[in-house]
Design a protein around this ligand. Structure first.
Ligand code: SF4
Length: 389
């Protein structure tokens, strides 16, 4: 295994579903199901670690990063999240500098909980802030206000979290440039190490999509969204953040190592309802609904709804697409490492031909490979579709 493995653990529960959310998460779930889910997760983790250890011929598979995400992981008891990390330590060989991330939402974890999580060893906290405008938080159906954000960040610092990510969303209905600038200034005053800023994607069937259809409000125009993106650069760059991936900004040394594994098209294990794994050229997806995941585990242990063996070309295309999401782009060496030996001499002409089909100034050569320009990254979805689909 070239890079140490990444482990993702999914907690599919939230207090309330946000208006824009179509993630695999469930709100107001009865406690009994949550308790059974905790047991199942540990069983799934043990079985997965044992199977991986057998395949690798090692006692404990090496692990470079852990990401406990959701949903809202802190909707389960803090004591369980502490036990979960102990379990991971026992089953995997954690590298000394392992990045151990946990997601939470402001208002759903208190100072004492954060202290317990930090003490257990979680060393990166990601908080779903989304906005610091009360009216936009309401429109998004978030359960927290600005005070909860400030309190959670202060408590996280007191607990000893030195690596803090704050998630933001822009391009929201009714959002003005002034709103966004206020949010950016406010977020910078909280001094995070990392900021993920996602353009809103309207998902079918969500209350937000319904309200847009009914004309309750409208999305900003493309030009307005571009001006929000320019503001992001204007605020974050002088504050010392590097725009290292399409939606991700980090201070030097604070790029999210778990997500870097995804963008390197490296192997990862996903445990829990709906989690995806990519191991040995196979992509597996576990059952989405926690009740079905539990039943499958209790019945015959067949947790998968999808299993796909990626062909060599698909794997190479994915490596290219994921690599180009990064500011630095992708190197020939990285591409060669993901291509069969017979293809290696043809990679440069292949990519030169692909880039020649695009308008100039979007995909450009670097001394070691190719990268998308800023404009290219703004248009990355169209570019990837045009190149490969
Ligand atoms: S907190 Fe996150 S996962 Fe949960 S409902 Fe809101 S957006 Fe979805």
């Amino acid at each position: 295994m070239a890079l140490p493995l990444g482990l993702y653990i999914h907690i599919p529960f939230c207090w309330r579903r946000c208006a824009y959310c179509d993630f695999n998460t469930y709100a107001q779930v009865e406690e009994g199901l949550k308790i059974r889910y905790q047991r199942a997760l540990v069983a799934d983790l043990r079985a997965s670690a044992a199977s991986l250890a057998r395949k690798l011929g090692v006692e404990r598979p090496p692990l470079g990063t852990l990401y406990v995400g959701g949903g809202t992981p802190t909707s389960l008891p803090i004591s369980f999240l502490v036990e979960l990390l102990e379990e991971v330590r026992g089953l995997f060989q954690l590298s000394p500098r392992a990045e151990l991330s946990l997601e939470s939402n402001p208002g759903l974890v208190e100072r004492s909980g954060l202290c317990a999580l930090r003490q257990a060893g979680y060393n990166r906290l990601s908080l779903g802030v989304q906005s610091l405008e009360p009216s936009l938080l309401k429109l998004l159906g978030r359960i927290h206000g600005v005070e909860e954000v400030e309190a959670s960040v202060a408590w996280a610092r007191e607990a000893g979290f030195e690596n803090l990510n704050l998630d933001l969303i822009y391009g929201l209905p009714t959002q003005t440039l002034k709103d966004w600038e206020r949010t950016l200034a406010g977020v910078l005053s909280l001094k995070p190490q990392h900021i993920s800023a996602y353009a809103l994607s309207v998902e079918e069937g969500t209350p937000l999509a319904h309200n847009l259809e009914r004309g309750l409000y409208a999305l900003p125009t493309e030009e307005e969204v571009e001006s929000l993106e320019r503001a992001l650069v204007r605020y974050l760059r002088p504050a010392g953040f590097r725009h290292y991936e399409i939606s991700n900004w980090g201070r030097p040394g604070y790029a999210c190592r778990h997500n870097l594994l995804y963008w390197a098209n490296a192997q990862y294990l996903g445990v829990g309802a709906g989690a995806v794994s990519y191991l040995g050229g196979w992509r597996f997806k576990r059952r989405n609904h926690p009740a079905q995941y539990l039943e499958a585990l209790e019945r015959d242990g067949n947790l998968y709804t999808e299993a796909e063996r990626l062909g060599e070309l698909s794997h190479l295309q994915e490596t290219l697409i994921l690599g180009l999401r990064r500011q630095r782009g992708i190197t020939w060496r990285e591409l060669e490492a993901h291509a069969p030996p017979a293809w290696r001499p043809h990679l440069r002409p292949w990519l030169d031909d692909l880039s020649a089909t695009l308008p100039p100034g979007l995909l450009v050569p670097t001394p070691k490979g190719y990268r998308l320009t800023g404009r290219g990254r703004d248009l990355s979805n169209e570019i990837f579709t045009r190149l490969f689909f």
